[in-house]
Structures are given as structure tokens and as C-alpha cells.
Design a protein around this ligand. Structure first.
Ligand SMILES: N[C@@H](CCC(=O)N[C@@H](CS)C(=O)NCC(=O)O)C(=O)O
Length: 250
């Protein structure tokens, strides 16, 4: 059954699913949702995801949300070219990295990316007022006002800790979960690919040699390159939309 992916630019959560699809060689129809034009708040999109967030994978009558679980679904759907390691310890590592991205890294990098590239000024606050889902409206309103230096310092500190963790795990193997390329690498790359421009001092070869090499190897993968071409902008990591809610760490 043909799959349809509703997605924005191939960065962050949308990049995760686009990369998983291309790595697995799965056929799908792409539907671009321009989140900066608020297309995610159109009634037809809200029927697919009442939260008004991309990506959404549609297959038959089912609309799948949450990039981590969409990726796991795709991996189980097509066991050829697995994106989860086999060994229990490595599987745990892959899952723990995905949770770390969902609960911790995604919000921090989204804040830094919004501060660097987000739309501000004009009648943007008035537009945010029209976002139909309260939780998302709060996120847009907070970001429309602009983030303070405290928020950005906190985000940078979290990125620093993440890079420290990457350096430690990459000392044990070429990929974040060990010997095998996995959903952990895809999840982290979808956000960490912002860092060479946002926080170069934290990820360059002098500060973080293993992470710098991993970023380069990730960017060179044919499937990653193919996914990066599925947006409308030349550099998907030079644009930003309001990202995930701060799930746990506030
Ligand atoms: N937890 C969600 C987060 C999805 C998300 O952050 N989507 C962004 C684009 S990457 C979005 O649609 N933002 C638009 C909005 O919030 O209005 C996931 O992992 O799928």
C-alpha cells in the first residue's frame, strides 16, 4: 500500500523520517507542508495530526505521528536493511539515544536554530494568535517574542553535554550505538547537522574530533544526501520552525 509522507524541510523531525525512508529504499509519495506559511494548521492537515505538527506518515486509513515511532514502524515494516542493531545492549543504546533526542536535544537545538533563522517581527505575533491548538500556540507565541540569552545559554550547555556524550559513544564504535549504523545516528544527525553553523566551536575537529568525523560520514551517505534534496530550500539546516515542546527538562 502506497505510503504518503507529509513533511516540511528535511531537517529535525522531518529529516528523521525522510532519511529512514531513503535508507530503507521504501517508496513513498512526498507532500510538502509549508509550516512557515502555517499550512499545518489547515483543517485537512489537522485531521491527520490534531497537534498541527509534521511529519505525518499516512498508509491506508492510518496517520502515524511522532518521528521516533514512525522510524521504528518503517524499520519493522521492511526488515531488509535493518536500522536497529541486533544485540540487546546496542538496541538499548539506539533507543536511549532516540529518547535523548526527543526529550532533550531536539528542544535545545530547535531554540538555537529559531534564534538564528526564525521569522520575527512584523505581524508575526498576531499570526501566532491564530494557531488553533493551544499548546502549539503557546510555543509559537513564546518564540515570536524571541528567546532570551538565558534560554540560549541553557540550550548551548545542553548541546555541549550532548557532544560530550557523542564523543564517549563514538570512542566505542563508528556509530552512536556501536558497530551498526542505526536509528540513533539518524535521530541525532537530524538535529546535530545544524551545529556546524550554530555552535561551530563545540563540534569542530579540534573540540570534538569523533563527532566532527561522524557528522562528515553521515552527510556523505547517499541516502542522507537524497533525503536532503527533498525540501524546497538549498540548505535545510539554515531554516527553522518552532520545534518540539520541552518535554521533561522544561
Ligand atoms: N515530537 C514531534 C515533533 C515534530 C516537530 O517538531 N515538527 C515541526 C517541524 S520539524 C513542526 O511541524 N513545527 C510546526 C509547528 O509546531 O507549528 C516528532 O518528533 O515528530
Amino acid at each position: 500500500m502506497m505510503m504518503h509522507l507529509y513533511h516540511w524541510e528535511p531537517n529535525a523531525a522531518c529529516a528523521r523520517v525522510l532519511i529512514a525512508l531513503t535508507e530503507k529504499g521504501l517508496e513513498f509519495q512526498s507532500h510538502y507542508v509549508d509550516v512557515l506559511a502555517f499550512e499545518q494548521h489547515r483543517p485537512e492537515f489537522l485531521k491527520l495530526n490534531a497537534m498541527g505538527e509534521t511529519p505525518v506518515l499516512v498508509q491506508g486509513d492510518e496517520a502515524f505521528t511522532e518521528s521516533s515511532y514512525i522510524c521504528e514502524y518503517l524499520d519493522e515494516l521492511e526488515p531488509e536493511r535493518p536500522l536497529m542493531p541486533k544485540a540487546p545492549l546496542a538496541r538499548w543504546k539506539a533507543r536511549a539515544w532516540q529518547k535523548y533526542v526527543d526529550d532533550y536535544l531536539a528542544a535545545s537545538i530547535s531554540d538555537l536554530a529559531w534564534a538564528a533563522y526564525g521569522q520575527k517581527g512584523g505581524n508575526f505575533e498576531a499570526v501566532a494568535e491564530r494557531v488553533p491548538v493551544k499548546e502549539r500556540r503557546d510555543v509559537w507565541t513564546r518564540l515570536a517574542k524571541g528567546l532570551g540569552e538565558d534560554d540560549l545559554d541553557k540550550a548551548r550547555e545542553r548541546v555541549r553535554l550532548c557532544v560530550e556524550k557523542m564523543e564517549a559513544d563514538l570512542a566505542a564504535g563508528p556509530w552512536l550505538a556501536g558497530d551498526d549504523y542505526s536509528l540513533a545516528d539518524i535521530a541525532v544527525y537530524a538535529y546535530a547537522a545544524y551545529l556546524p553553523k550554530l555552535t561551530p566551536e563545540l563540534v569542530d575537529a579540534a573540540a570534538a574530533p569523533r563527532s566532527a568525523d561522524w557528522l562528515k560520514r553521515m552527510g556523505e551517505r547517499p541516502a542522507v544526501r537524497a533525503a536532503m534534496g527533498m525540501g524546497r530550500t538549498r540548505d535545510p539546516f539554515a531554516t527553522a520552525a518552532p520545534g518540539p515542546e520541552h518535554v521533561r527538562w522544561g
